[in-house]
Design a protein around this ligand. Structure first.
Ligand code: CO
Length: 468
């Protein structure tokens, strides 16, 4: 056994990615709070509880204030670091926001209780991550730089090492390998973790989805290569399109130098609890309990395929699904091999459907495809197909600047627009990121339909900074 190995740490994703991946992000705060203190007691490295799609979903479907959710969780979870997922310059929305919005949002996320911010960009364009990283650092948070993992002729160890090094140079405290589609092989997990640990010399955290069935094997190989933290969910909210089960990983490392030290009994109490919670959200449950072979064949994330099915059904063209699945990798190649994650997965997916339904490739392009080709989302990982670009945007030259440099500040204007509906700066942020949904939500809150404990706003006890 190698000398100097340290225990592997576990991040629990049950309160964010777990239910986002399995239950359409519908888990309510009322189903988290009763178990929050027990979860806090388990000894996780961190708990991912906020960001991603949870912010939008709180206001859009659950009549819950996302900021209130964070404050309530912070109140119950006193020992464990709280973590969130941030889409770089897109924050928790679906388009780029101006720098003043990024600044205000990150500041308020940390102020209300977040310790670790995982920052990613769908194109791995570091210019879309740098602002969020620098504000996180300035506010005393832990900035985790993210590699969105994908497979293409351009994505090799050297590419990822360079990307991680750039993130480190920008101030990242650790690196996350984010395998949203669940396509990293055990050997690649080993090689990638090893190269990052040896060359970039930052803590490495591995985030896999179980979709293809390879994730637990990838985790074990990553452990052998020296990974620091693994993302897991409590077993009853794990597997399928969610993360590997915490219990499996904990048990498999017992008796090795990597032993996480977590108590399986405590984990099973939580598992029992979430079994009942999951049953409550049955109508949103997307798991069919099997391995998704399409992910292995086409490297298309599970969520994308279910989108195709509903889009094609609406057009009465479900028989075209095989052609669409074949078209996605071709569109992705034309687009310079972007990783398939929000929002690039939607852009590539919608264009692939259009190409198949119209019977001619790029006969029509979506607005998002046009903006993508104009460089408004950032720089694709590899050169785009020039012929395709000409067909879509003609002679127009793509922009070469950092996309957010083209945006005017937005906070002041938003503050005026939303007026008395906003009781806090946090409310202004909810509105600026989601103008329609946010406004409707704030109106309903004013009408007394949403419960908020304002005594927690700005409560110093909520702020819990940890050494990074
Ligand atoms: Co994920």
């Amino acid at each position: 056994m190698e000398k100097g190995v340290i225990p592997v740490k576990i991040t629990d994703t049950t309160f964010r990615d777990g239910h986002q991946s399995l239950l359409a992000t519908r888990m309510k705060l009322e189903d988290m709070l009763p178990i929050a203190e027990q979860m806090d007691d388990i000894g996780f490295h961190s708990m991912e509880v906020w960001g991603g799609a949870t912010f939008d979903t709180c206001m859009r479907f659950l009549n819950e204030d996302p900021w209130e959710r964070l404050r309530q969780l912070r109140k119950s979870i006193k020992k464990t670091k709280l973590q969130m997922l941030l889409r770089g310059q897109n924050l928790v929305g679906y388009r780029h926001y101006a720098d003043d919005v990024v600044e205000a949002f990150v500041k308020k996320a940390i102020f209300n209780g977040i310790d670790i911010i995982r920052i990613f960009d769908a194109l791995n364009d570091v210019r879309n991550m740098e602002k969020a990283i620098s504000v996180t650092k300035k506010e005393g948070g832990h900035a985790q730089g993210t590699i969105s993992y994908t497979v293409s002729p351009f994505h090799n160890l050297e590419y990822y090492q360079k990307l991680a090094q750039t993130l480190k140079d920008m101030g990242a405290d650790s690196i996350c390998i984010k395998d949203m589609a669940g396509i990293i092989t055990p050997q690649m997990a080993f090689d990638l973790v090893k190269v990052l640990k040896e060359q970039v010399k930052l803590p490495v955290q591995l985030h896999c989805h179980y979709t293809s069935g390879m994730a637990s094997m990838a985790y074990y190989k990553a452990v052998e290569a020296g990974v620091d933290v693994l993302d897991c969910a409590i077993s009853s909210i794990a597997l399928s399109t969610s993360q590997p089960a915490a219990e499996t990983i904990v048990a498999s490392l017992q008796g090795t130098p990597y032993d996480s030290g977590l108590d399986l009994n405590k984990l099973s109490v939580a598992a029992e609890y979430f079994k009942n919670v999951r049953a409550k959200y049955k109508k949103f449950d997307v798991s069919n309990g099997t391995v998704d072979v399409n992910v292995l064949r086409y490297q298309i994330p599970g969520g994308m395929i279910s989108n195709f099915i509903s889009q094609l059904q609406q057009q009465n063209a479900l028989d075209k699904l095989p052609q669409v699945l074949e078209e996605v990798p071709r569109v992705r190649e034309d687009f310079g091999f972007p990783p398939l994650v929000t929002p690039s997965s939607q852009i590539v997916g919608a264009q692939a459907v259009l190409n198949v339904l119209l019977g001619e490739r790029y006969k029509m392009a979506t607005t998002e495809t046009k903006n993508y080709m104009k460089g408004l989302y950032g720089r694709p990982p590899a050169p785009v197909n020039e012929e395709v670009r000409k067909k879509i945007i003609g002679e127009e030259q793509p922009v070469n600047t950092r996309p957010a440099d083209l945006l005017e500040p937005q906070m002041e204007e938003a503050r005026k627009e939303i007026g008395f509906y906003a009781e806090t700066e946090e409310d202004v942020l909810s509105y600026v990121m989601f103008p329609q949904v946010g406004k409707k939500f704030l109106e309903e809150r004013l009408a007394g339909k949403v419960k908020v404990d304002f005594s927690l706003v700005g409560n110093e006890k909520n702020i819990n900074h940890y050494p990074v």
